[in-house]
Design a protein around this ligand. Structure first.
Ligand SMILES: CC(C)(COP(=O)(O)OP(=O)(O)OC[C@H]1O[C@@H](n2cnc3c(N)ncnc32)[C@H](O)[C@@H]1OP(=O)(O)O)[C@@H](O)C(=O)NCCC(=O)NCCS
Length: 299
């Protein structure tokens, strides 16, 4: 326990639905500052989330709270939310959807207390999450026993002359979720379960269901990017990523590419996207999922 002045007034407690607006504001301030600090010379000045992004955050975190409230924690100081750790158990796997402490309150041990609460809920399960490069974050994660796997991302506008002919895919349906969960179990130890239904509400699902060549990709049309991709084999993963890229119209982003997923780098390069580094996939008790591109929130 830290002996920093002021620590005693900070209480770690479960998140409630009433906290969501305050937690969203804490998240907006925390990640705007973190994005400013980590901004590279060729990137635009980070902007605070707009009303739609704030609504999405509240919707997503409210959904996670409704499914597994025991993994959702906040730090409160005199009625103000100053930190949050939103984690979930799905079967035998734990994931961390988001985690932050207000800039003025960082480095005082609040993050460690939040992480301890979230990890107690994990109860020793294997776990995964997508991590920033923030020095306090990476320090916290490694000390909590996670292995940090560097991630890449591909950004830019797809050169449409590079798009291949695509066949063997179709629109996904709720009936597909059962085999999709089984594929998830093979790749990352547990199915996404209810997260699939939640993603289906806002994202387009495209699947390959041929025997031995199963796979799926969620495409976020609002943000012009693939959101989560899993496949039984690399050729299917490549086809699904091409389909996602073909449906983008503007600047796109392929995120969470670990070194075991260079097939995605090859597709991105072929589409004339640019390659950059982007944080880590933090893993405990599991190998890098592949062929797989994790979702930032649902992993
Ligand atoms: C990551 C985060 C939640 C940790 O919360 P926190 O309250 O700062 O964490 P703690 O104070 O408990 O622990 C941070 C550790 O890093 C150290 N640290 C803090 N700030 C640091 C910095 N700028 N550089 C290097 N080390 C730092 C602290 O000394 C502490 O280590 P120690 O316990 O061994 O002394 C918080 O820093 C944060 O919100 N960062 C920005 C957003 C972000 O990147 N979130 C993670 C998303 S995956």
């Amino acid at each position: 326990m830290s002996d920093h002045v002021g620590m005693d007034s900070v209480r770690i407690r479960p998140l409630t639905p009433d906290d969501l607006p305050g937690a969203e504001r804490a998240s907006a301030v925390t990640f705007l500052e973190a994005d400013r600090l980590s901004r590279r010379w060729d990137e635009p000045e980070p902007e605070p989330p707009d009303a739609a992004a704030s609504r999405r955050w509240i919707d997503t975190i409210g959904y996670l709270l409704s499914v597994d409230p025991g993994g959702c924690w906040v730090a409160e100081d005199s009625g103000t939310i100053v930190g949050f750790a939103i984690s979930q158990n799905r079967g035998r796997v734990w994931y961390l959807a988001t985690y932050g402490v207000l800039p003025g309150q960082q480095g005082k041990g609040i993050g460690r207390r939040l992480m301890d609460a979230a990890l107690a809920h994990a109860d020793g399960r294997p776990g995964l999450f997508s991590a920033t490069t923030h020095p306090a974050a990476t320090r916290r994660y490694r000390l909590a026993g996670f292995t940090l796997h560097p991630q890449m991302r591909m950004v830019g506008r797809v050169d449409r002359s590079t798009l291949p002919a695509i066949s063997g895919l179709r629109q996904g349906r709720p009936e597909d979720l059962e085999w999709m969960d089984q594929l998830d179990v093979r790749l990352r130890g547990a199915g996404h379960g209810p997260d699939h239904l939640h993603m289906l509400e806002g994202l387009r699902l495209v699947v390959s269901d041929a025997s031995g060549r199963r796979g799926y990709v969620y495409i976020d049309h609002d943000r012009d990017r693939p959101a989560l991709l899993a496949a039984a084999d690399i050729a299917t993963a490549e086809t699904l990523l091409w389909e996602a890229l073909a449906s983008t119209r503007d600047q796109t982003l392929v995120n969470c590419i670990t070194t075991a997923n260079h097939w995605a780098v090859d597709v991105g390069l072929a589409a004339r996207l640019d390659l950059a580094q982007e944080g880590y996939l933090a893993l405990r008790g599991m190998a890098e999922p592949t062929p797989y591109l994790a979702s930032g929130h649902y992993l």
